[in-house]
Ligand binder design. Structure first.
Ligand SMILES: Cc1cc2nc3c(=O)[nH]c(=O)nc-3n(C[C@H](O)[C@H](O)[C@H](O)COP(=O)(O)OP(=O)(O)OC[C@H]3O[C@@H](n4cnc5c(N)ncnc54)[C@H](O)[C@@H]3O)c2cc1C
Length: 467
């Protein structure tokens, strides 16, 4: 690293908070991109020149100013649990780790205000005694940061009731520090904040967020089991639309996915598909009776402890499922899918075209688009959509692309997790606004270069910049 920049960074945050060699540099340059054999090939050799850990807004300002003067790539980082190499620097430069900017400022009137580096698990633990809980959070909620979730994630646990981060009213405000020699603070409120959400750290440094919370529910963790996939699917789909059941999770796995969940083996039956449900404890007898009437058995029935303590069934859902699968079958990878109302036909068609190559893992969620129409998003049965993270036995990149193309052909939406490019990894109806906001907050295009692929300027194309 250029000595002047290094000494400026050290002066800003203390020498112990500037890391420019060793295993920690390597670890903090990476995320969970290796779930994708395609990204693994592309990103294994990428790393930062330095990691910097500011401990206050003032320190962050000084770090940003120094990096901007040096005209180097700058990449923000939360807990590094992203799956698409979002916080892996493509051109070296400085990674700014938000781990020390983790204060929960307040939890008041159903709104949490926190620094971007606050861990979601810490927010959930602080909110529950006050009668609140996170509306939606990733399955990595114990470890991941609220800023990383807003900038790299989409939804997860709780989305069956509240939708994802894009759903109206979930995010109250975000405060952004610009990437300039004299960094400025910009506060975006309500729908205006959407232009800074899920932008992979390309639209400024998120320093503080306000998120609305949900009234706390005491949950029971249930596993429902049946050897008959279709029978279970019919029950799970109906359960996901029960507006009177207070739910935080509805997930279905086809056999043999349950066999990958080793710690749960003693509860599970060979050959059975299973559904996970997090539901209000007061409603458990009714839920189990309803399942029994449909020929579906409850094989696991444990409270979610409060304060939260493992075991968490959420540790097997969303992209945790893929992790358990890769542990059991190293050749496994995944896609992220949104199915249509004809989901059963779509499953059948994919099974017909790719026999033995796809295993279905479904996540039921309240769809954001339906919720755009109303302020109160609670439990509209028509808003539930069947999404999921199907597992794929990886054969080759070409075959993976064939599967993704076939999905598009039959009307299955795929948020491709095998690309670092923001626009290819999901739906961005407001990408023009995101680009315009980037131009305003990052005039030199230093922030996470290469990730917003449709941004017209990337000063680092043509090779890594050595700092
Ligand atoms: C096992 C597993 C399960 C997962 N399950 C889910 C899930 O259920 N739902 C889901 O949405 N995601 C999921 N993910 C992805 C990821 O865990 C979440 O999106 C998580 O919230 C990311 O938070 P993080 O703190 O780790 O962010 P990071 O990975 O550190 O960063 C994510 C992105 O945000 C940017 N960023 C981070 N902090 C800031 C900041 N302060 N300012 C500006 N940009 C910033 C980074 O540059 C990067 O582009 C999963 C990942 C794994 C490995």
């Amino acid at each position: 690293m250029i000595e002047t920049l290094k000494s400026e960074l050290q002066a800003a945050v203390g020498p112990e908070n500037v890391i420019d060699e060793g295993d920690t540099l390597e670890t903090l340059s990476k995320d969970f991109y290796w779930y994708s054999p395609v990204l693994k090939r592309q990103l294994d050799d990428k790393r930062a020149d330095a990691i910097v850990r500011p401990g206050s807004l003032d320190e962050l300002r000084r770090v940003v100013a120094a990096c901007t003067r040096a005209k180097i790539p700058v990449v923000p980082r939360g807990a590094g649990t992203g799956n698409y190499g979002q916080c892996v620097p493509l051109y070296g430069g400085v990674v700014i780790d938000f781990a020390r900017l983790d204060r929960i400022v307040s939890i008041q009137d159903g709104v949490v205000r926190a620094e971007a580096g606050a861990r979601i698990g810490a927010i959930e633990a602080a909110a529950r005694p006050l009668g609140w809980e996170m509306r939606c959070m990733p399955s990595t909620w114990v470890k991941s940061t609220i800023g990383g979730f807003f900038c790299g994630g989409s939804g997860g646990v709780g989305s069956i009731t509240w939708g994802g981060i894009n759903a109206p009213s979930n995010v109250k405000s975000v405060t952004i520090l610009t990437c300039e020699e004299e960094p400025r603070l910009i506060r975006l409120e309500e729908a205006d904040s959407l232009k800074a959400l899920h932008t992979y750290g390309t639209t400024g440094f998120m320093v503080e967020v306000e998120m609305r919370l949900a009234p706390k529910v005491d949950y029971q963790q249930l596993i429902l089991s049946s050897p008959d996939w279709d029978r279970l699917l019919a029950w799970t789909n109906a359960a996901s639309r029960r507006v009177d059941w207070r739910k935080r999770l509805v997930t279905q796995f086809e056999w043999p996915i349950p066999s990958y969940f080793k710690p749960l083996a003693k509860h599970l039956r060979d050959g059975d598909s299973i559904t996970f449900l997090l539901v209000d404890q007061a409603q458990v007898p009714e839920v189990i009776a309803d399942a029994a009437a449909a020929g579906v058995d409850c094989v696991y029935n444990k409270p979610l402890s409060d304060p939260p303590k493992p075991p968490f069934l959420t540790d097997y859902t969303w992209n945790h499922t893929t992790l358990w699968a890769i542990k059991a079958e190293p050749s496994m990878t995944y896609i992220q899918a949104g199915f249509g109302a004809n989901y059963a036909e779509q499953f059948a068609e994919l099974r017909r075209r790719f026999p033995g190559e796809i295993l279905f893992h479904l996540e039921f969620v309240a769809g954001n688009s339906k919720m755009m129409k109303r302020e109160a998003v609670l439990n509209d049965p028509d808003s539930v959509v069947v999404g999921g993270i199907p597992l794929i036995f990886f054969k080759s990149e070409e075959r993976l692309n064939e599967i993704i193309a076939a999905c598009a052909e039959i009307g299955v939406f795929v948020a491709n997790p095998h690309t670092v490019k923001l626009e290819e990894g999901g739906r961005h109806p407001n990408i023009a606004e995101k680009r315009a906001f980037k131009a305003e907050v990052d005039p030199q295009a230093l922030l996470n270069p290469g990730k917003m692929a449709t941004y017209p300027v990337n000063p680092f194309v043509g090779g890594a910049v050595t700092v």
